[in-house]
Design a protein around this ligand. Structure first.
Ligand SMILES: CC(=O)SCCNC(=O)CCNC(=O)[C@H](O)C(C)(C)COP(=O)(O)OP(=O)(O)OC[C@H]1O[C@@H](n2cnc3c(N)ncnc32)[C@H](O)[C@@H]1OP(=O)(O)O
Ligand SMILES: CC(C)C(=O)C(=O)O
Ligand SMILES: [Mg+2]
Length: 531
């Protein structure tokens, strides 16, 4: 075994075989249309990969451009522990350029490849024999430059068995230390993936002296399954990318294979040197620099991978997280599971969430807030913490209010005048009014004035969104002044006009309290009977 073949990390145990993680986010990942990263971004990602314990970083394709060459060279210079690898086609110029870039690394690797299937042999227009000679020549050349050489028969899974076995043997004899078997077009299936590696190791002379690697693409959604099957067949290097970034449907996702081996060590007795707690951070960074968002339900790193909205699951999670989670969030770098509050949530989650927010409600209060919460959740995709706080505060305020908003309808649009039809309960008596105004809020405020006669002057009217999105709750604040007394009112609702009227009424209620406190009889307020 050469120095380059030694697995990293001190965690290898007698019972578990070590599987090397080869990350190609910066090479195959960057080949995704639109995923190009800048020089500095590549350096940053390489450093994070090195830090998290990836064994080999494929840093780029040095002949592809001066920029790629510069990035691979600098990553090679900065590498702390990882092997730094560059890709090269099966020609001497590519291999020389690759070596120029990776040779700065403490542990450099040249990765050279050529397509060996009937379809791919036609690309450079070579016969079987001509290609075999080319493989011998180029792998020998690479090995003369570098002691760590990886060779890949591109489209191996669509290559005839006899030819594949023949060229793998040639590459091993020419000095390749790692033989990578790519499923370039995501065509294979788990049983076949395992069998192919097993058969190569069993039948190709010299196979026992090299590491076999698996490189899968996800065209049929089987990349992770195929990679793990290949490991069961004898592969000891998995090629993968962060978030599964890569050509077409992507490559095997690093986070998936690492966590599968960690969580299912009972049936997959293999280990990696990757510190899984660094997964979330690098996933977010790769998503940001590549511009590829991670789908919400993506395994391990998706926004919903450790989130629960439905009441039965939330209740189960609160009783024991193992009820609905097979991994601890902390093991992938998250601080906690998130209980998302939405229309499927129940009282157990609401009580727990409110407690976290500092509200320890009695059962009857909780029930009131729960009813209002469900009504809000029916109108809004996700109820955020601030929405809940607004609900509880409104509940607290409403308890002693003499004036309550019952119903409001507004007519608005380009062809004014805007009109509001409002029903309030005042000291238990229902009263209604219709008013017009300059805009829906003005019309609604005029309707309030028609029902509650007062001389308070509106000093401030302010609207802000509690949370994000067009379905966000609007928080409205109003400030009013009467005889030197200043009161303010606040309310939140997904309907801005409703929130405005409720904030106005909230201020009026406070005004009544202030008047009472000032020794006046609150009933001095005269209510116009327009009902
Ligand atoms: C499955 C994979 O991921 S393979 C890697 C794919 N990645 C990339 O292609 C990204 C980087 N590529 C590039 O920047 C460019 O394609 C370059 C610089 C490598 C080559 O550019 P060009 O010289 O303009 O060639 P072009 O891209 O048009 O065509 C590819 C050439 O490489 C040849 N070729 C392709 N693969 C190999 C190989 N493994 N070994 C030898 N030659 C190869 C093709 O036959 C073709 O040459 P030809 O025109 O003489 O037939
Ligand atoms: C270059 C090779 C290994 C590759 O990316 C593929 O075949 O998918
Ligand atoms: Mg690939």
């Amino acid at each position: 075994m050469t120095q380059a073949d030694q697995p990293r990390g001190a965690s290898a145990t007698a019972s578990k075989d070590r599987v090397k993680i080869f990350d190609t986010t910066l090479r195959d990942g960057e080949q995704s249309p639109g995923a190009t990263m800048t020089h500095d971004e590549k350096l940053e990602i390489a450093s994070m990969l090195d830090e998290m314990g990836v064994d080999i970083i494929e840093a780029g394709f040095p002949i592809a451009s001066d920029g790629d060459f510069a990035a691979v060279s600098e990553i090679a210079k900065n590498a702390r522990q990882a092997i730094i690898c560059g890709l090269a086609r099966a020609n001497l110029k590519d291999i020389d350029r690759c070596w120029e870039a990776v040779r700065h690394a403490a542990r450099p690797r040249i990765h050279t490849f050529i397509g060996t299937s009937p379809l791919h042999r036609a690309i450079p227009n070579l016969t079987r024999d001509e290609m075999a000679d080319r493989i011998h020549e180029t792998v020998t050349h690479a090995r003369n430059l570098c002691e760590d050489v990886q060779w890949s028969p591109m489209d191996a899974t669509r290559t005839e068995w006899d030819y594949l076995a023949r060229v793998v043997e040639i590459a091993i004899k020419a000095g390749a230390t790692t033989i990578n078997i790519p499923d370039t077009v995501g065509y294979t299936a788990p049983v076949e993936s395992a069998d192919l590696i097993r058969r190569l190791i069993a039948e190709v002379p010299g196979a026992a002296d090299v590491t076999f690697a698996t490189h899968c693409h996800n065209d049929l959604g089987m990349a992770t399954a195929n990679s793990l099957a290949a490991v069961e067949g004898g592969a000891r290097q998995i090629e993968c990318t962060i978030n599964g970034l890569g050509e077409r449907a992507g490559n095997t996702a690093l986070e998936e294979v690492v966590m599968a081996l960690k969580v299912r060590g009972d049936i997959l007795p293999y280990e990696t040197g990757v510190d899984s707690r660094k997964i979330m951070a690098i996933s977010r960074r790769v998503s940001a620099v590549s511009g590829f968002p991670v789908q919400f339900n993506k395994a391990i790193v998706g926004k919903n991978a450790f989130a629960h909205e439905s009441g039965i699951h939330q209740d189960g999670m609160l009783k024991n997280p193992e009820n609905f989670e097979i991994m601890r969030p902390v093991d992938v770098g998250l601080t906690e599971t998130s209980l998302v509050m939405g229309k499927h949530s129940g009282r157990a989650a609401l009580r727990s969430k409110l407690k976290d927010l500092g509200y320890d409600l009695a059962d009857n209060q909780l029930q009131d807030v729960f009813v209002r919460f469900k009504a809000l959740a029916d109108r809004k995709k996700e109820v955020m913490d601030d929405d809940l706080i607004a609900l509880v505060q409104a509940e607290e305020r409403a308890a002693e209010d003499r004036i309550r908003v019952e119903r409001l309808r507004v007519v608005c649009g380009t062809d004014g005048p805007q009109e509001a039809e409002l029903t309030l309960t005042v000291d238990g008596e229902e009263r209604s009014s219709t008013a017009t105004g300059d805009g829906p809020v003005d019309a609604a405020f005029n309707a309030v004035k028609a029902l509650v006669d007062h001389s308070a002057r509106l000093q401030l009217y302010q609207v802000s969104a509690v949370t994000e999105g067009t379905d966000a709750q609007a928080t409205v604040t109003v400030r009013m002044e009467e005889d030197g007394r200043i009161v303010s009112g606040q309310s939140a609702d997904t309907d801005t006009v409703v929130a405005s009227v409720k904030a106005y009424v909230n201020a009026l209620n406070r005004l009544l309290v202030r008047r009472e406190k000032a020794g006046k009889d609150a009933r001095e307020v005269s209510y116009k009977d327009v009902g």
